[in-house]
Design a protein around this ligand. Structure first.
Ligand code: PMT
Length: 221
């Protein structure tokens, strides 16, 4: 049996990858499957929390006993996170959010013109949701957790990102063949704003999720 150490708590988890539309048939996206976020949602529910899962393009069945809000773009994800975070004890941003979106949306499918080169795609910045909720805490004592998928200088980049975003914990996972995006397994180091480092060995995404909730529960006490 699992200790119901999140009973009476409301936690918000974002999962999946945002898609930023170019036209009715195309988008800019990323390789997030949503598996890590769903593992976080399932394990939090098993530990007694009320869970709001904000799912971006995951195509996975809703976990039992979890409130699911489906979104497409980063702007929609922001709206849903801000709404759910208003009365949340903790927010965990496992979603891969596009930093930029196309400046223009073409109402009709963009056509290939045989006689000339394609037009460049102009991008504009998306809002940084994690930085926003960390700076403007909806509640005192709210615990905010970010994720970072890095390809190089993983720990140094993670530490810089933690400081820039202002969250309490940042789960740094290295992009690799059998971990991070799309796989069943993951491996990470959880960095704390208090300077702590909690390594999580290679294993199922549930195991990493449990460690995240252990660290969150300790901070909520
Ligand atoms: O979904 P899976 O296939 O299981 O894969 C899991 C995962 C690899 C997607 C996950 O473990 C992970 O690492 N998610 C974060 C991906 C990432 O690279 O994030 P980032 O470094 O771009 O952003 C850092 C943090 O800021 C994240 O918590 C992100 O949700 C948040 N962010 C980013 C940009 C933005 N505009 N707003 C944000 O809130």
């Amino acid at each position: 049996a699992v200790a119901p150490d999140l009973a009476g708590r409301h936690v918000v988890v974002s999962a999946g990858g945002t898609r930023e539309p170019l036209d009715p048939v195309r988008f800019l996206g990323n390789r997030s499957s949503g598996k890590q976020g769903y593992a976080l949602a399932r394990t939090a529910a098993a530990r007694g929390a009320r869970v709001t899962l904000i799912a971006a393009n995951t195509g996975m069945p809703d976990p039992a006993g979890v409130d699911v809000v489906s979104v497409g773009t980063a702007v929609q994800l922001r709206e849903a996170v801000l709404k759910a975070a208003a009365d949340a004890d903790a927010v965990v941003m496992a979603a891969a959010v596009a930093d930029f979106r196309p400046a223009a949306y073409a109402a009709g499918k963009i056509k290939k013109k045989d006689d000339r080169d394609p037009d460049p795609i102009t991008l504009v910045r998306n809002p940084d949701i994690l930085a926003e909720i960390s700076t403007e805490r909806a509640r005192p004592g709210q615990v905010i957790v970010g994720f970072a998928a890095e390809t190089d200088d993983v720990l140094a980049n993670g530490r810089t990102k933690l400081e820039r975003k202002g969250c309490d914990l940042l789960v740094v996972n290295e992009v690799g063949e059998r971990k991070t995006f799309g796989s069943e397994e993951n491996e990470a180091v959880v960095l704390g704003a208090d300077g702590s480092e909690t390594p999580v060995p290679y294993g199922p995404k549930e195991a990493l999720a449990e460690t995240v909730w252990d660290l969150v529960a300790r901070r909520l006490e």
